[in-house]
Write a protein that binds this ligand. Structure first.
Ligand SMILES: Cc1cc2nc3c(=O)[nH]c(=O)nc-3n(C[C@H](O)[C@H](O)[C@H](O)COP(=O)(O)O)c2cc1C
Length: 187
């Protein structure tokens, strides 16, 4: 699969089937995230790969009710970083940007491997930190839920979520976010 195909095929599916999680897979995903660029090569991103069944079960307590579908994930990747571990250039703090880049690389690699890797913001960072022993100074940015896409729609999905299973949610058109050479000159 080439990059274009991985970008096209990646979807934030919510109907998940179990998939075997091995140390080899975890290292593969981590190695791809490792190659992402970061400001001054700061590499601020930290991941906890949670896949032991008992640990997963504990972590489910941190999911928001609307993300109950994520309980079917075979792997939840907890993504966190802290501002001091990356460039601080006046008001520009790069840690969340660089963490996003590394996470995007990981997600595309997971897609190439035939997996769903669905990031979420709907979780309690406080509970996540307590459950996993993450020190206070870190910001937990996302949980990436990994599984195999199931054709059987998860029974816990809302109508809106069912719609998104069937059709990719609409994107804003290029002329809403792309400019040519100057802010006044959109496509
Ligand atoms: C930072 C971030 C937070 C998100 N939070 C949630 C979430 O809490 N629950 C959820 O079901 N999906 C969540 N999503 C997935 C988006 O809803 C999804 O990517 C978007 O609707 C576009 O669909 P697509 O990724 O299938 O193209 C999140 C995605 C991102 C990048």
């Amino acid at each position: 699969m080439d990059v274009q195909q991985a970008i096209n095929e990646r979807r934030a599916y919510r109907s998940l089937e179990p998939v075997e999680i091995t140390e080899k897979l975890v290292k593969d995903l981590a190695k791809n995230a490792q190659l992402a660029p970061s400001c001054s090569n700061s590499q601020p991103t930290r991941f906890i790969f949670v896949y032991a069944p008992a640990s997963l079960k504990e972590l489910h307590a941190a999911l928001s009710p609307g993300n109950a579908w994520a309980q079917a994930a075979s792997l939840i990747i907890v993504v966190f970083s802290k501002r001091e571990d990356d460039c601080l250039i006046r008001d520009r703090e790069y840690y969340q940007f660089d963490t996003g880049l590394a996470t995007a690389f990981l997600i595309l690699r997971a897609t190439e491997l035939g997996l769903v890797a669905h990031p979420i913001a709907g979780f309690s960072p406080k509970k996540t930190k307590e459950i996993l022993g993450i020190p206070e100074e870190y910001k937990v940015i996302t949980l990436v839920n990994v599984g195999k896409h199931s054709e059987t729609i998860s029974p816990v999905l809302s109508d809106e979520q069912v719609k998104a299973e069937k059709k990719r949610p609409k994107r804003i058109p290029l002329n809403k976010f792309v400019y040519f050479n100057h802010f006044q000159s959109k496509i």
